[in-house]
Design a protein around this ligand. Structure first.
Ligand code: NDP
Length: 392
């Protein structure tokens, strides 16, 4: 039976890679819903190629612009606008059975949760939602019988190494690999004046701006440690990180009998997306296999937490628990956005996160409302700290 796939964040790096894989399998997969944030032109251009039933623009003020553009292009795609429309389509059984959750940031939480509560197959790229509300999301998935296939390459690798029935029985340790980002090997002092253009120039992966900056600060790996904790039920002390500059080994799972399994492949997100889109079958992704003679060498080193303190900040937030990861994530989103706009220095990103975590003690994450409130408080405090120059 053909799978109807909703691609949320369709205009982004992950979204377009997902659409590339979907288009390779017209008999098995179709893009039934495409959604973007504000970029109507890019969304309509994708609709012209993939002919979805529904198109959603998250900015509610852009409904007319989307409707006009779809009509002008002669497309029968039904236009929708606003976050509530995303949630409704994520839960609608006729609209889709599979959701690619590839919106960037905490903005992806509600639609991802709606898809999980509706028992969908969810290809989870939006790591921020899991950092913010991981325990609630995993519970929602269990309650509704939803399937989560992690799309982050590291978690997708671990998913592939674990037994098909899931669970971490017999697993001693999970080791996430990290490229080290564009500033690997540099001292903290040398990072004082790095620019957004330098920070987003990732040596191995082509990604959206937010995750590229997160990779440069190593916050991305910190968010991934928290993500792995929720996805695989591993405590923080059994989640390690190794820098692997070639980005060919995407993670390791070490078992109690001394075996270590790894998944290898070229750094191209279409492999992970094909694993999710075909699950549990394998699908061609357009990515070629690894030529080991050509690549040859694999290096590993410990992460430098002095130059890149975000990894330790994220670990501390995971251990503190409760609302701490939500506070960390919100402060980081505000910091990265300000850095990309040239309003904050690179080294002020960890400083701002630390400032917020010190000022707002972690509380019990008793409900989604508590987590949303923590998210809003952290955003408010971080924004005030930037505007007042307290952190710069
Ligand atoms: P991009 O910046 O390339 O794309 C973001 C997408 O989200 C765009 O389609 C954008 O729409 C949409 N969007 C932005 N804000 C909103 C909003 N408020 N409501 C609805 N949609 C919105 O990001 P990436 O593709 O790089 O990353 C997406 C997610 O996947 C992130 O969580 C990232 O951490 C994760 N990820 C990404 C990887 C990668 O290789 N890129 C690897 C692993 C994980 P518009 O174009 O209209 O702004």
């Amino acid at each position: 039976m053909i799978r109807n796939v909703a691609v949320f964040g369709a205009t982004g790096s992950i979204g377009t890679s997902a659409l590339d894989v979907i288009a390779r399998h017209p008999g098995r997969l179709r893009a039934s819903v495409l959604a973007a944030g504000r970029n109507v032109d890019a969304l309509v251009a994708l609709c012209a190629v993939h002919r979805p039933d529904h198109a959603v623009i998250a900015d509610a003020g852009l409904l007319d612009a989307l409707a006009d553009a779809l009509r002008d292009a002669g497309l029968a795609t039904v236009p929708h606008a606003g976050m509530a429309a995303l949630d409704a389509l994520a839960s609608d059984a006729d609209a889709c059975d599979t959701v690619v959750a590839a919106i960037v940031g905490a903005a992806g939480l509600d639609s991802t949760l709606a898809a999980l509560r509706a028992g969908k197959r969810v290809l989870l790229a939006n790591k921020e939602s899991l950092v913010l509300a991981g325990a609630l999301m995993m519970q929602a998935a269990r309650d509704a019988g939803a399937t989560i296939v992690p799309i982050d390459s590291e978690h997708n690798a671990i998913h592939q190494c674990l037994p098909p029935q899931g669970g971490c029985e017999g697993v001693a340790r999970i080791i996430l690999t990290a490229s080290g980002g564009p500033f690997r090997g540099r001292s903290r002092a040398s990072l004082a004046d790095v620019t957004p253009a330098q920070a987003v120039a990732h040596p191995k992966w082509s990604m959206g701006p937010k995750i590229s900056v997160d990779s440069a600060t190593l916050m991305n790996k910190g968010l991934e440690v928290i993500e792995a904790h929720h996805l695989f039920g591993m405590p923080a002390e059994r989640l390690d990180v190794l820098v692997h500059p070639q980005s060919l080994v995407h993670s390791f799972v070490e078992f109690i009998d001394g075996s270590t399994l790894a998944q290898l492949g070229l750094p191209d997100m279409r492999t992970a997306l094909a694993v999710g889109l075909g699950h549990p079958d394998r699908l061609a992704s357009g990515v070629s296999g690894l030529d080991l003679l050509q690549h040859g060498r694999f290096d590993f080193e410990a992460p430098d937490t002095d130059a890149f303190p975000c990894l330790a900040l994220a670990r501390d937030a995971l251990v503190a628990g409760g609302t701490a990861p939500a506070l960390l994530n919100a402060a980081n989103e505000v910091a990265v956005s300000a850095f990309l706009q040239g309003r904050l220095r690179f080294l002020a990103i960890p400083a701002l996160v630390e400032h917020v975590l010190a000022a707002l003690p972690a509380a019990d994450a008793a409900s989604l409302d508590v987590l949303r409130e923590a998210d809003a408080q952290a955003r408010g405090l971080a924004t005030r700290a930037i505007d007042s120059g307290a952190v710069h």
